[in-house]
Each structure stands twice: as structure tokens, then as C-alpha cells.
Ligand binder design. Structure first.
Ligand code: HEM
Length: 157
């Protein structure tokens, strides 16, 4: 029971970190972008990249580990409909999140250069920002759907 509760505690904290960091990063990046100021974008993007490495990446690795251990302790099969769908959605999230991490690093570098040279944010930055924005929606929607599947555990298939 103690191990179960400890794992569940870590799992729920991990879920909060994933959703919270994701939402926070999106908000701060969007607001920095809206200033149009290269130095502001550079500073915020630098912090955002660090936050993704420290918090999101840790939770991304920990979540399937604590989740699989929980399933094992409680006696769920990973092939149960709600778990299988959650795992598929988790892969979808990762497929959108990994390029986003790269885009944030590239946007940071472009903003640092623009700020140093006193030039406006280049076209490549704006193209990447639009892509970054678009990728956020499916990733965020998938995490919200996983939350619901984990809480409701609907009897699928
Ligand atoms: C990727 C692999 C994952 C696996 C194998 C997994 C597995 C599980 C299992 C088996 C439970 C039920 C524990 C119990 O019956 O007490 C659970 C609960 C939970 N999971 Fe996951 N999980 C995964 C990912 C996630 C993700 C990505 C999130 C959210 C971002 C999440 C959020 C939650 C929450 C909030 C609960 C608690 C639900 C409740 O007690 O009502 N899980 N998970």
C-alpha cells in the first residue's frame, strides 16, 4: 500500500509538472513573442529551453515508469483499452513535443543573434514560431485527453 501510494503520488506530481510546465512555457513564449523585441524573446526562450530540460524531460521519462509500475501493482494490463489509448496518445504528445524543443532552441539562437546585431527577428524565426504554435495544440490536447482517461478509466474495448 505504501509503495502504491508513493508511486501514485509521484505519478500525479509528474502529470501536474507536464501540464503545468507545458501551459506555462506556452504562455510565456507567446507573451514574449508578442512584444516583438528580440532581446525579450532571447531571454525568455533561454529560460523556456532550460525549463523543458529540467522539468518536462524529467517528467516525460518518469511518467511511463511510475505508470507502468502502478499498472503492475494494481493489476491492470497495459493492453486495457484506456491504458493502450493513453500510451498511444503519449507517443503522439512526444512526437509533437520533441520537434518543439528543437524549435525553441533554434528560435532562441535566432533571437540572440538578432538582439546582438540590433536587427529585427528574421523570417525564419516567424516561420518557426507559427509551426511551434501549431504543434502545441495537438500535444496539449493529447495530454488533456490522457488526464481524462487516467481519471475516468473508461471501459474501452
Ligand atoms: C505513459 C504511460 C502511463 C501509464 C502506463 C500510466 C498508468 C497509470 C495507471 C495504471 C494509473 C492508475 C493507478 C490506480 O489505479 O491507482 C494512473 C493514474 C493516473 N495517471 Fe497515468 N499513466 C501514464 C501516463 C500518464 C500521463 C502522461 C498523465 C498526465 C499527464 C497521467 C496522469 C494520471 C493521473 C492524474 C492519475 C490518477 C488518476 C486517479 O487516481 O483518479 N498518466 N496512470
Amino acid at each position: 500500500m505504501t509503495t502504491y501510494l508513493a508511486l501514485k503520488y509521484l505519478h500525479v506530481i509528474g502529470a501536474a509538472v507536464l501540464l503545468g510546465t507545458g501551459a506555462g512555457i506556452a504562455f510565456f513564449m507567446l507573451l514574449a513573442h508578442r512584444t516583438g523585441d528580440a532581446a525579450t524573446v532571447a531571454a525568455v526562450a533561454r529560460i523556456v529551453v532550460a525549463a523543458d530540460v529540467l522539468f518536462t524531460a524529467t517528467a516525460v521519462v518518469a511518467q511511463p515508469i511510475t505508470g507502468t509500475l502502478l499498472a503492475w501493482i494494481v493489476g491492470y494490463s497495459l493492453l486495457d483499452g484506456w491504458l493502450l489509448l493513453s500510451i498511444a496518445l503519449y507517443i503522439v504528445t512526444g512526437a509533437f513535443w520533441l520537434p518543439v524543443v528543437w524549435m525553441q532552441m533554434r528560435m532562441r539562437d535566432l533571437a540572440v543573434t538578432a538582439a546582438r546585431e540590433g536587427t529585427p527577428l528574421p523570417a525564419e524565426y516567424h516561420r518557426l514560431f507559427r509551426l511551434w504554435f501549431a504543434f502545441g495544440f495537438p500535444a496539449f490536447a493529447a495530454v488533456l485527453a490522457i488526464f481524462w482517461l487516467m481519471i475516468a478509466r473508461p471501459p474501452l474495448g
